[in-house]
Design a protein around this ligand. Structure first.
Ligand SMILES: NC(=O)c1ccc[n+]([C@@H]2O[C@H](COP(=O)([O-])OP(=O)(O)OC[C@H]3O[C@@H](n4cnc5c(N)ncnc54)[C@H](O)[C@@H]3O)[C@@H](O)[C@H]2O)c1
Length: 257
């Protein structure tokens, strides 16, 4: 199976680091024209400098706040200037620097910050790409949810768990709505990866014994890497996955999310 994306336009949100960066890189290395966005301009610039596009691929990066619907529409219009966006991968999200607290101590602003980062970003991005995909009669949307979208979250953060369940719900609903237009919508639910300061803090919090126990609970006996998530994304975004939609794929090294 030779998966490549020559002459395909791919939008990746939350691409500055970790999983999103791995996904943006993987598409550009396989011929894709990648439009990568994030809040973090410096990290995006470093990504653009370090990617080695192949098969005619390239990468454009833009600093965009994906909670701003108008900004997202402008970014997607730019990405689709020469033809519709073929693939959207929504990665933006995360716990936004928050730590677990008892529910009675969670304020509304903290709750909304995580919900906005994970759900509103995906909503805005999907809304912006769909008209072009409908006109083209084809498209691929892959959302990055989490094991926390299918069960309680290891982070212990209620709004994170709720928002990832919402991302799964959004993906399933859009699959139902957009299938008649040739557009598939699937979600990948990653297991634990040490990708960013938030996840490093979580990892440190487990201590050496907890870290060892976590790895021993994983059937494959290792933590995930961004490439593990990128490879699953490439498949779901490819022509080989044209009859798969509305599915949530755990990529966790385990037989469970
Ligand atoms: N690392 C893990 O263990 C893990 C596990 C399951 C799911 N995930 C999910 O994978 C995704 C990527 O996470 P990661 O591990 O690479 O690290 P991360 O959580 O730091 O990545 C999230 C990215 O989204 C960006 N972002 C957040 N809000 C944004 C906004 N409003 N506009 C633009 N960009 C915004 C951040 O700047 C960051 O680069 C997240 O959605 C996260 O919830 C991560």
């Amino acid at each position: 199976m030779d998966i490549h994306f020559e002459n395909r336009r791919i939008v990746v949100t939350g691409a500055a680091r970790g999983i999103g960066q791995g996904i943006a890189r993987a598409f550009a290395e396989r011929g894709g024209t990648v439009f990568a966005c994030d809040l973090l301009a410096d990290e995006l610039a470093a990504l653009a400098r370090s990617v080695a596009p192949a098969r005619g691929g390239r990468i454009e990066t833009r600093a965009v706040d994906l909670t701003d619907g108008q900004a997202v529409a402008g970014f997607v219009a730019e990405a689709g200037a020469d033809g519709p966006v073929d693939v959207l991968v929504t990665v933006a999200g995360g716990v936004r620097g928050q730590v677990p607290r008892p529910i009675e101590a969670v304020d509304e602003d903290s709750w909304r910050a995580i919900y906005d980062a994970n759900v509103m970003t995906a909503f805005h991005a999907a809304k912006a790409v769909v008209p072009g995909m409908k006109a083209a009669g084809r498209g691929r949307i892959v959302t990055i949810s989490s094991g926390a979208g299918l069960r309680p979250s290891m982070t212990g953060i209620q709004s994170y768990c709720s928002s990832k369940h919402a991302v799964v719900g959004l993906s399933r609903q859009l699959a139902h709505e957009l299938g008649p237009f040739g557009i598939t919508v699937n979600s990948i639910a990653p297991g634990f990866l040490r990708t960013s300061p938030d996840y490093e803090r979580q990892w440190d919090g487990y201590g050496p014994a907890g870290q060892q126990a976590l790895v021993e609970r994983i059937a494959m006996r290792r933590l995930g890497q961004p490439e593990d998530i990128a490879w699953a994304t490439l498949f779901l975004a490819s022509d080989y996955a044209s009859w798969i939609t509305g599915q949530v794929l755990p990529v966790s090294g385990n037989p469970f999310p």
